[in-house]
Design a binder for this molecule. Structure first.
Ligand code: GRG
Length: 300
């Protein structure tokens, strides 16, 4: 079987495993929390590419980490990702009606359910990482909790989102270094966690961690350029979300700053560079290489 075929199978398997884990974590209680848990299930189950869990599983596989434990780490990062999508879609932020091909949580439920389901998913991420099923050694669990807190908070995703919101009231459009920093925080930090988590679970040394971090940094930027291209040229039905939003908002993006041709070649160069960081690994890193290529080739 070729790598592309293998990657597709691995993605489908991880998606199924993550759905099953969410289903177990989010059973509907017989009390008035029903609407909250239903909103969490609506957002979390049956959608998305599950790229972040896939990255965790692929990195953990390099170091022969137990797949079940790797999937639980993947579940934690997906909780953070889903919470960020729910909150980002709300009227006070991006105000979107469509996500993963269906109405956004505040549309299907209401604003309060969207806030609370996002909040509860965020808390659930840390509950999962702190649980003994992740790793027998509490130091490993603590390291994971700290890494995810940094990646998702003010020095990571939320910080990036705040810079993004600041762009709307900025007198000048943001320049390339500012957009790069914004994206490294907003989307790159969570990718960074996925690779770092694999290294933490596999108890790797600094050199290996640095290489994996460098891979994550490059695929994070390539992912964002691909996202800009989907927004500019993509199809709403395939993307599963509104497209054409950046240009309509007059937003500075990699695409608006670099132009179509340069943005495409930059994405390809970033993927090549990401793959070069994996040179210390043999064929056990082929999944990570395949994911890097997939990130720029995707249409949704
Ligand atoms: C609201 C705290 C807070 C943060 C929001 C990540 C984010 C920050 C907002 C999401 C908005 C957005 C479209 C960001 C661009 C990149 C991105 C994260 C796209 C969605 O990720 P995919 O393509 O989504 O992995 P799926 O649905 O496949 O999981």
């Amino acid at each position: 079987m070729d790598t592309v075929h293998n990657l597709k199978t691995a993605m489908e398997q991880v998606a199924q495993d993550i759905d099953e884990l969410f289903d177990k974590q989010l059973s509907i209680p017989e009390d008035p929390r029903t609407r909250l848990i239903e909103a969490m299930r609506y957002a979390a189950i049956g959608g998305g590419k599950r790229l972040r869990p896939l990255l965790v599983v692929a990195t953990c596989a390099l170091f022969n980490v137990d797949r079940k434990a790797a999937l639980r780490v993947g579940l934690a990062i997906e909780c953070i990702h889903v919470y960020s999508l729910i909150h980002d879609d709300m009227p006070c932020m991006d105000n979107d009606d469509l996500r993963r091909g269906k109405p956004t949580v505040h549309k299907a439920f209401d604003d309060a359910s969207a806030v609370l389901s996002g909040d509860a998913l965020q808390a659930l991420a840390f509950e999962i990482l702190a649980d003994e099923q992740i790793h027998a050694d509490p130091n490993v669990r603590l390291e994971l909790v700290k890494a995810l807190a940094i990646a998702s908070g003010k020095d990571g995703m939320v910080g990036g989102q705040a810079i993004d919101l600041a762009a709307e009231t900025s007198a000048e459009p943001f320049d390339l270094p500012t957009i790069t920093r914004l994206q490294q925080l907003k989307t790159g930090a969570l990718f960074g966690f996925c690779l770092e988590a694999g290294a933490i679970m596999g108890r790797q040394n600094k050199d290996v961690r640095d290489r994996l971090k460098a891979y994550a940094r490059d695929i994070g930027l390539a992912f964002q350029i691909a996202d800009d291209l989907i927004d500019a040229e993509g199809d709403e039905a395939i993307a599963g979300k509104a497209v054409g939003k950046d240009a309509a908002a007059g937003k500075a993006t990699f695409l608006s700053l670099l132009g179509l041709e340069k943005a495409r070649s930059q994405a390809t160069a970033l993927v090549d560079q990401a793959i070069a960081h994996l040179s210390i690994f043999g064929e056990e890193a082929d999944f990570l290489r395949g994911i890097a290529r997939y990130i720029v080739a995707r249409d949704h």
